[in-house]
Design a protein around this ligand. Structure first.
Ligand code: NDP
Ligand code: OXD
Length: 311
């Protein structure tokens, strides 16, 4: 029998089903919704999405904070209890969604599907020359849980795939580059660029005039990581100059994307509302409950955030 207290605080999300799901997965625990001003009952764990600072301040003894997303950048901007471990979602059904999303964006651009669709709408019957796949090498920035799955999915469509990570990685069939010293070589060899990096002080604004300008001419950006990786004005300038052919963007510096943002009506951009890979409650609850049991038994869990690296 487990005797522990788990708090749930999911800003802007329906929380009742998470409380019920966690309670069902951990019947020996007490799972409750955190409410402001309801007094301080010490908890062992918290399951959070953009939690209020007040929750963290009143729970200095939390053993772990479970973030119900893969990216912890927003959580790490808060003042965390000194000895609390931060654990992020480790796939939990997201990598297959990300592989679907990025594959469709690469294929849609490579096959010029939006041009066919427009021609058909205006009563045409377009017959285009086939493009050469070898002229569209795809570089994936970030070869972690999501990036490595995306790289493998693109390989299955016979694209030439390159990858870039902080430390040297090996992914079957992928030309792997690592570290700041190999970034330019990686970009020079890529025409389509996929960003799947965590947002950290080292990666903020990494998609800028210089790096995007280092892509092969007619380059194409797919940003599915965080809006703050991209310098918006630099993207717009490179699109205007024709160095970049277009971009697919799922994430933005400000979300929801403001109605009057120049991205909204730009003809060379495909936009989606931060929906490339969404948290699946059932998979996530099972993963978090399993990790709580492992921690209770003194084990180590995947997805533990290294606070020095910030991911
Ligand atoms: P991981 O932590 O598993 O992978 C991160 C990868 O980025 C690793 O390969 C890491 O290198 C690399 N990296 C980190 N810092 C640097 C750096 N300074 N230079 C070069 N490479 C670096 O993360 P996930 O794959 O699980 O997720 C990636 C991001 O995707 C999340 O942080 C989140 O922001 C975003 N995301 C977006 C979603 C959406 O719907 N749009 C949904 C889910 C996540 P190394 O291998 O050496 O550690
Ligand atoms: C995440 C996200 O980090 O949804 O999981 O972006």
């Amino acid at each position: 029998m487990v005797h522990m207290h788990i708090l749930v605080s999911l800003q802007g999300l329906e929380s009742g089903s998470w409380v019920e799901g966690l309670q069902a997965a951990l019947p020996g625990a007490k799972v409750s919704l955190w409410q402001p001003g309801t007094g301080h009952v010490p908890a062992d764990y918290a399951v959070v999405w953009q939690p209020p600072q007040a929750l963290l301040d009143e729970q200095p003894g939390l053993r772990a904070l479970f973030n119900i997303g893969a990216g912890v950048d927003a959580l790490l901007r808060l003042k965390l209890p000194a000895h609390t471990r931060v654990v992020r979602l480790d796939d939990a059904g997201m990598s297959v969604q990300m592989a679907e999303y990025v594959s469709q964006a690469v294929i849609r651009h490579f096959r010029q599907i939006e041009l066919d669709e427009a021609d058909m709408r205006s009563q045409g019957w377009p017959q285009r020359e086939p493009r050469r796949r070898a002229e569209f090498p795809v570089g994936v920035m970030g070869l972690g849980v999501l990036g490595s799955r995306v790289a493998q999915a693109l390989k299955a469509f016979d694209f030439q795939v390159l990858g870039w990570s902080r430390s040297p990685r090996s992914v079957a069939g992928v030309a792997c580059y690592a570290g700041a010293e190999q970034l330019t070589a990686f970009l020079n060899a890529s025409r389509i660029l996929v960003c799947l990096l965590p947002l950290t002080p080292q990666t903020e604004n990494i998609l800028n005039r210089e790096t995007l300008g280092a892509l092969q001419p007619g380059g194409y950006l797919i940003n599915v990581a965080r809006g703050r990786h991209l310098v918006d004005a630099d993207l717009l300038a490179l699109l205007d100059q024709g160095h970049l052919a277009g971009a697919t963007l799922d994430v933005f510096r400000e979300e929801p994307l403001p109605q009057d943002h120049p991205f909204r009506q730009h003809p060379k951009l495909v936009l989606t509302p931060h929906s490339a890979a969404i948290t699946l409650p059932e998979d996530s609850i099972a993963q978090i409950a399993g990790k709580i049991m492992t921690l209770e038994q003194g084990g180590q869990v995947a997805g533990t955030v290294d606070l020095q690296r910030a991911y």
